[in-house]
Design a protein around this ligand. Structure first.
Ligand code: ACM
Ligand code: ZN
Length: 524
């Protein structure tokens, strides 16, 4: 008998150092060659330090185990590590021996990240089939993220997606250890969050009517009233749902541009007084909030007051991108503001506007994030910059001592094509394949010691061309898995191993009914 065949026959009995297929790959992982037999009805011990959060292992009905008071005998044991100076809240150790699964962490967040690793080690259809008696490879994993900001964004304005979808999106993010959901809630084409003081924002601003001309004539919602919004109760539900998955939700309330839906509802907030319609096509529109009108600023503060009660996040995203100055240049109120404040041009007027809102939010204990246009005319003193027009804005902001989140169009925009296949569904143009996302390193080499200002990066999902849930998921996965590994694993990652691990992690999405692209499984 050939030696190879003998080994193959004996392998099930002697055990083998099988590497679990994990994305993002852990910082350190060794397989011992043994296995732990997973059974229903296992016992679980969690120390008091971690008890007051929902049991992470029961998320998605994952584990049907009961609590046990006895740490020594339990099948799954969680340990709270003493916190040294400079500890990382997401750090965890996961050790699986033939007798026990052990998770050790400093915080609840670390325990949760460990549980997501464990979840990826179970059969993809485990939750559905509740199978029992299967082996888990014994491993010693020690893990923590390379970057502290690992974001995924969703534009719910160009197309609207219901609460059920947002929750699924958050589940998907959790599985890949994302920690920030950037929720783009207001736009020219729709205002999507209930604001009690201004009911017309959603009565009028959440809906668009009539036919769409030109390039978008085939739009499915032609001639229909299209839209939707989230009630404040639904927003709270989503924020809590994300919190339980150790994901922070950062809302984006766009200003001063991309505000046509709000102006359709309240035209007095504009320079001209309107009237306006909620935008039916895509693009950038000249009608924006009037920067010279105190009523407009008070409106925004009222809106933000309600937003602050719903979102506990440190950061509030105030947009700031793509704001044409066309109206401001001829608006007597805007020109008067410039004169009074000694502003030399309309870029400085935008900077004044953003700084005014920043100061107000800072007084409420929050910080702003803005797109990189907020550099123009002078950066608000405490702002974090989201660099989307390449990385130059981020580099400049870091040089000015500001924190930065990198989202350069290539490779962080998941609305670009991921394949050159002619059968690819319509996308916004541009080519951003899986490997380009995987290879992304958010810290520009030019930054040197300033690199600590780069908090991390984010995948952006603008939905002009994504009408359905399945299409959003197709554009997001697996590219968001590639970005997750770039941000969590960092320098030690390996694209070939990632490709090998993709099919089983994508299967985890499939079994929950989540769609994904499949280009990675084709030979080039
Ligand atoms: C953006 O893509 N306009 C931030
Ligand atoms: Zn004006």
């Amino acid at each position: 008998m050939k030696k190879g065949l003998l080994i193959a026959l004996l392998t099930p009995f002697i055990g083998f150092a099988q590497q679990p297929e994990l994305i993002p790959a852990p910082q350190k992982m060794e397989a011992t060659g043994k296995s732990f037999v997973w059974k229903q009805g296992m016992s679980f011990y969690c120390p008091p330090a971690f008890e007051n959060t929902p049991c992470k292992l029961t998320i998605w009905g994952l584990v049907h185990i009961y609590k046990s008071a006895n740490a020594k005998k339990a099948n799954v044991v969680v340990t709270a590590l003493p916190k040294p100076r400079g500890y990382h809240s997401e750090y965890y150790k996961l050790s699986i021996t033939p007798k026990q699964i052990r998770i050790a962490a400093y915080t609840d967040t670390g325990v949760f990240r460990a549980c997501m690793t464990l979840l990826q080690m179970l059969p993809a259809d485990y939750v559905q089939t509740k199978q029992t008696g299967f082996p888990l490879p014994c491993v010693n994993i020690e893990d923590r993220p390379a970057f502290n900001y690992r974001g995924l964004h969703l534009d719910v304005c160009r197309h609207f997606f219901p609460v059920s979808f947002i929750k699924r999106y958050i589940d998907d993010m959790a599985l890949f250890k994302y920690n920030v959901f950037h929720w783009h809630l207001t736009e020219d084409q729709g205002w999507r969050i209930e604001i009690k003081k201004y009911p017309k924002l959603t009565e009028v601003g959440a809906w668009r009517n009539g036919s769409q001309k030109g390039r978008y004539a085939e739009h499915r919602f032609d001639s229909l009233r299209y839209g939707g919004f989230y009630t404040q109760e639904e927003v709270k539900e989503i924020v809590e749902y994300a919190r339980q998955r150790y994901i922070t939700v950062i809302p984006e309330i766009e200003m001063p541009g991309h505000s046509l839906a709000a102006l359709a509802a309240y035209p007095q907030l504009s320079c001209t007084g309107g009237p306006f319609e909620v935008a039916k096509g895509w693009g950038v529109f000249d009608d924006v909030y009037c920067a010279g009108n105190d009523t407009t600023l008070n409106f925004l503060k009222d809106v933000l007051s309600e937003v602050l009660t719903l979102f506990p996040s440190k950061y509030i995203h105030i947009g700031g991108d793509e704001c044409p100055k066309t109206r401001w240049k001829i608006c007597p109120k805007c020109q008067n503001r410039m004169k009074l404040e000694g502003l030399k041009d309309e870029h400085e007027l935008q900077s004044w506007f953003v700084q005014h809102i920043e100061k107000w939010l800072n007084e409420k204990g929050r910080s702003i994030i803005g797109w990189d246009e907020i550099l123009e005319g002078g950066l608000a003193p405490n702002a974090t910059v989201m660099s989307w027009r390449g990385t130059a804005g981020g580099e400049e902001a870091a040089k000015q001592g500001h924190n930065v989140i990198m989202t350069p169009g290539k490779p962080c925009y998941f609305d670009h094509y991921q394949s050159k296949d002619s059968t690819e569904p319509i996308a916004i143009g541009g080519y951003n394949p899986l490997q380009a996302v995987y290879d992304y390193s958010p810290v520009p080499t030019s930054l040197g010691d300033l690199s600590t200002h780069v908090l991390g990066a984010q995948g952006n999902v603008w939905t002009e061309y994504m009408e359905t849930e399945g299409h959003v998921e197709y554009m997001v996965w697996p590219r968001a898995a590639a970005l997750a590994e770039a941000l969590w694993t960092g320098t030690g990652r390996d694209y070939q191993k990632f490709l090998k691990n993709l099919p089983s992690t994508m299967k985890q999405l499939e079994t929950r009914g989540v769609n994904h692209a499949r280009h990675f499984s084709k030979k080039p």
